[in-house]
Design a protein around this ligand. Sequence first.
Ligand SMILES: NC(=O)c1ccc[n+]([C@@H]2O[C@H](COP(=O)([O-])OP(=O)(O)OC[C@H]3O[C@@H](n4cnc5c(N)ncnc54)[C@H](OP(=O)(O)O)[C@@H]3O)[C@@H](O)[C@H]2O)c1
Length: 239
Amino acid sequence: MSEASGAKVAIITGCSAGIGRAAAARFIEHGWAVHNVSRRPSGVEGVVDHAADLSDLDSVEEVAEALRGALPVGAVVSLVHNAAVMEDDAIDRIDRHAFERSMRLNVTAPALLTSLLLPAMGPGSSVLYIGSTLSEQAVAGRASYVTSKHAVVGLMRATCQDLFGRGIHTAVICPGFTDTEMVRPAYDASPEFRAFIAEKVSLGRLIGADEMAEVIYRAAVMPVFNGGVMHAHLGQRTT
Ligand SMILES: NC(=O)c1ccc[n+]([C@@H]2O[C@H](COP(=O)([O-])OP(=O)(O)OC[C@H]3O[C@@H](n4cnc5c(N)ncnc54)[C@H](OP(=O)(O)O)[C@@H]3O)[C@@H](O)[C@H]2O)c1
């Protein structure tokens, strides 16, 4: 660890696109140092990129070591587990390799990275997990994603209990349909999907990645959210 304290450092996985990239820009605007972990670079000025495939747990350990070396002593760290994959699978067509890779990236990597970085995280730090509306409900055809996003809620609740009294807060942020690479191709290609959004979402539109970035930033600086599962979906029809 380098010498300094009082520094604010965001470590965000998956800043090369979508919500992660917008979150990186938001933390930079607020004067935080930002480290990205993804396979591609973030492209956001000022962000330090660490190239890693987070579905490979050896790579997670290596990147954790590099990050620990870069963290000033006593830094306030916001660790944002944002990178994820959404497979097209279902309980009657499970590919064991894809399912395991999904669980490694969406669940095991966040758990391992948190465990390895906690010793370097000072009071005021946060561990933020990006879930989904599918953290608390299911749809057909997304078996590994639904399973992993539910698991993230359990992981956050365990984090909250294990860090009790240590001055580090945690939360799951559950985005609704957000305008990123994960959703935009289907939105552009499919009139049915656009009609579905118009009918399903009270405000009738996709969420901007910038809107989600603001939610993530607020969760980082507001410990009152500790232990919370925070939905941000513009209001979705449930009936
Ligand atoms: N968009 C939505 O509507 C929506 C809704 C609910 C929840 N979410 C959640 O929000 C988060 C961000 O989603 P998004 O829509 O912004 O996704 P996105 O645009 O598809 O971006 C995914 C990010 O994850 C990184 N990533 C994927 N696989 C990786 C791997 N093996 N190793 C390292 N990084 C990897 C990608 O970086 P590289 O490809 O460069 O590695 C990329 O930066 C995810 O947790 C997602 O489940 C999104």
